[in-house]
Design a protein around this ligand. Structure first.
Ligand code: GLN
Length: 275
């Protein structure tokens, strides 16, 4: 594990609602998470990884840095990880300066649409619904939705989640799939996977559905958890750009293709993910 995970646990504000059965206090939990998360995110906001003098302007990237190894915040409050490195490499190719703003995951598309950022690099999965409000670049990585459970859990596959209390990160594909498949009443939403995992450790929920790489990090950082062998879904990650911004899209896809052909994309991913 390359990344330090201490910060993850520092943000251990946990959901405190009484969770009787599936119809637990989803909203209360979400609200409880909101304030601390907002503070933490504000502090980490707009940490720019600033390359040397550039001529092509600033590429304003949005992300949610609770998602190791794609994005997390290091000891110096910089956003680091696969997405930060890929975005930096793209910006360099475009002769642009990269500026990273850290915000909640479900604020990313609204911020993009409000023109507060130019691009999202956030391990964001391409979905048909999101395509209604953003355009996606060519995919640069594959993601898997995994299930985290306590080591002694009887949940061994996605089918076993029926009727259980399942934690997800608000607005993610884990949230969307679980809400569709299990029903709103079984889904407990959290501001981050870290907080959802903490609720699992505390016995407030039965499982967490989240992307596999952060899942591995959360399991490594907490005793007594495991990832269920059968995955929930396989997905494609891509950068999101405002609809109609074809100029930036063409540039970004061109840069991603070059990085792929040069082997740089693989190199970045392999720096963080050791299969
Ligand atoms: N891949 C998931 C999604 O797009 C989660 C991304 C994230 O939490 N950063 O919904």
């Amino acid at each position: 594990m390359k990344r330090k995970l201490a910060f993850l646990m520092a943000a251990s504000l946990i959901a405190t609602g009484a969770l009787a059965g599936c119809g637990g206090s989803k909203d209360a939990a979400a609200d409880a998470n909101q304030d601390a998360a907002a503070d933490a995110n504000q502090d980490a906001a707009a940490d720019a990884q600033q390359p040397a003098e550039t001529t092509g302007g600033t590429l304003r990237m949005g992300t949610n840095a609770t998602f190791p190894p794609y994005e997390s915040v290091d000891d110096n409050n910089n956003v680091v990880g696969i997405d930060a490195d890929i975005a930096a490499a793209v910006a360099e190719k475009l002769g642009m300066q990269l500026e990273i703003t850290n915000m909640e995951f479900d604020s990313l598309i609204p911020a993009l649409n409000a023109d507060q950022i130019d691009i999202i690099f956030a391990g964001m999965t391409i979905t048909e619904e999101r395509k209604e409000s953003v355009d996606f670049s060519d995919s640069y990585a594959t993601g898997i939705q995994s299930i985290i459970v306590p080591e002694n859990s009887d949940i061994a596959s996605p089918d076993d989640l029926a009727g259980k209390k399942v934690g997800v990160q608000t607005g993610t594909t884990g949230d969307i799939y679980c809400t569709d498949d299990l029903g709103e009443e079984c889904v407990q939403r959290f501001e981050s996977g870290v907080v959802a995992t903490q609720a699992l450790v505390n016995g407030q929920i039965d499982a967490v559905v989240i992307d596999n790489e952060p899942a591995k990090a959360y399991v490594a950082a907490n005793e007594g958890l495991k990832i269920v062998e059968t995955a929930y879904a396989v997905e494609d990650y891509a950068a999101a750009i405002n609809k109609g911004n074809t100029e930036l899209m063409d540039k970004v896809n061109g840069a991603l293709k070059e990085l792929k052909d040069e082997g740089k994309l693989d190199e970045i991913i392999k720096t963080y993910i050791h299969e």
